[in-house]
Design a protein around this ligand. Structure first.
Ligand SMILES: Cc1cc2nc3c(=O)[nH]c(=O)nc-3n(C[C@H](O)[C@H](O)[C@H](O)COP(=O)(O)OP(=O)(O)OC[C@H]3O[C@@H](n4cnc5c(N)ncnc54)[C@H](O)[C@@H]3O)c2cc1C
Length: 382
């Protein structure tokens, strides 16, 4: 029998290392295991940056979590002495009937956030690199910006280790033996036991927690970096952006803040995939570049220059695109956090705290009622 811990965190990606940090801070003996290095380019967190916005939709329910996340990201910057967050603002823009834009405005109003509602002409005047039809409108969030994703994960890992956490990389968990008083985790070369288990294995969760029907569907997604043809139009003063168009779909991106290009991805669509066999080569699918280039040509034409690089990764989608954070319906000593549906990174800091509270106290101070598993009526014990 291997070494015994208070808590094992299965999956040392975005949410796993955050949980490991807060558990270690609470004085818990914690082991975090990942099948790859931490961070890595196989899950959902690579690609340098992730957008942070407060005025998210869904009736504003994510806003309190977002505020707490931002506070915790700033704490992490202070503890580590690193810059992890860049505040550059974010513009949400869309067609006249876009619920995405109206939701962003509504949640800003409900939560008393600072925001600017903007007409198409105001947007074009402030950012001349943007071309949109006259009837489009937008919502600008000045507090928004982006996090350096791999750097955040690296930092949580380093700080967790300083606090005594044990981090095991490049060892896949291949089996679990869950009992109400103890969990045993089997990797390819060893086994470990703990009182509690936190499963933060991203797109792999359904493969690991097979006794419950956990509705997470992995989607292959791509991102590309493009060199603007018009200098400076998309760098200084240019915000992160989300476009809900009525012609070609829903796209998001980042300014060219470091000369590496404007980064662009698509929020909707994507290809169903298996995380163990997905083709991670950018360009493997015919539309990997053409789809995002098409958006730039129409809406940010001066950014549609040479493709600098591309990457492929995965969203882990739930049916309603809200996260799953809960205690296992059968085992009180197991927690799960997944299905972050392409918008979870910004919340990783608070998710780490929530998981720590769930694992150590069985409850959390944060309102996660809308993220619990029982909202899916089809979730059944097998
Ligand atoms: C292209 C793209 C753009 C995005 N943009 C944004 C954005 O702008 N803003 C935002 O807030 N969010 C964004 N997201 C979403 C965000 O990045 C994800 O929600 C978040 O990274 C998910 O974290 P996770 O911990 O669930 O998964 P991951 O970070 O993928 O971690 C899961 C880990 O589990 C490990 N694992 C799995 N199975 C095993 C096993 N059997 N044994 C051991 N280890 C295992 C994996 O190796 C992996 O490291 C984006 C996602 C993508 C893909």
């Amino acid at each position: 029998m291997g070494k015994k811990y208070d808590v094992i965190v299965l999956g040392g990606g975005t949410m796993g290392v955050a949980a490991a940090f807060y558990l270690a801070k609470e004085g818990k003996k914690v082991l975090v295991i990942d099948q790859y290095s931490i961070p890595n380019t196989y899950g959902s967190h690579h690609g340098h940056t992730r957008m942070f916005r407060l005025g998210n939709g869904n009736g504003g329910q994510y806003v309190p979590l977002g505020k707490e996340s931002l506070r915790l990201w700033k704490d992490l910057e202070e503890v580590s002495g690193k810059t992890l967050y860049q505040r550059v603002g974010a513009l949400t823009v869309g067609h006249p009937k876009s619920e995405y834009v109206s939701e962003a405005i509504k949640s800003s109003v409900i939560n008393d956030l600072t925001y600017e509602e903007m007409t198409a002409s105001m947007i074009r005047e402030r950012w001349p690199g943007i071309e949109i039809p006259d009837d489009y409108y937008g919502c600008y969030d000045p507090e928004a910006g982006f996090l350096f994703s791999e750097e955040c994960i690296q930092t949580y890992k380093e700080e967790a280790i300083k606090l005594g956490a044990v981090v095991l990389e490049n060892q896949a968990v291949v089996d679990l033996d869950i009992k109400s008083e103890q969990v045993t985790v089997f990797t390819t070369s060893a086994d470990f036991t703990a009182e509690k288990l936190i499963v933060t294995a991203g797109a792999w969760i359904p493969k690991l927690l097979r006794s419950i029907d956990i509705p997470i569907k992995p989607l292959r997604k791509t991102i590309g970096w493009f060199k603007p043809t018009v200098e400076k139009l998309y760098s200084e003063g240019f915000p992160c952006f989300i476009f809900d168009t009525d012609t070609i779909g829903h796209y998001y991106g980042f300014p060219d803040f470091d000369g590496g290009g404007v980064k662009l991805g698509r929020m909707d669509l994507g290809y169903d995939c298996d995380p163990d066999t997905v083709n991670r080569e950018f360009g493997a699918y015919e539309d990997d570049e053409s789809d995002i280039r098409n958006f730039l040509e129409q809406y940010l034409p001066g950014a549609a220059g040479e493709l600098v690089k591309g990457a492929a990764s995965m969203f882990a989608m739930t049916p309603d695109e809200d996260f799953i954070i809960d205690i296992h319906p059968e085992y009180q000593n197991v927690c799960v956090a997944g299905g972050f549906s392409g918008h979870g990174f910004k919340f990783a800091s608070v998710v780490g705290k929530i998981l720590t509270e769930l694992a150590t106290k069985g409850e959390t101070q944060y309102d996660i009622s809308f993220l619990r598993l029982n909202r899916f009526s089809e979730v059944e014990k097998v």
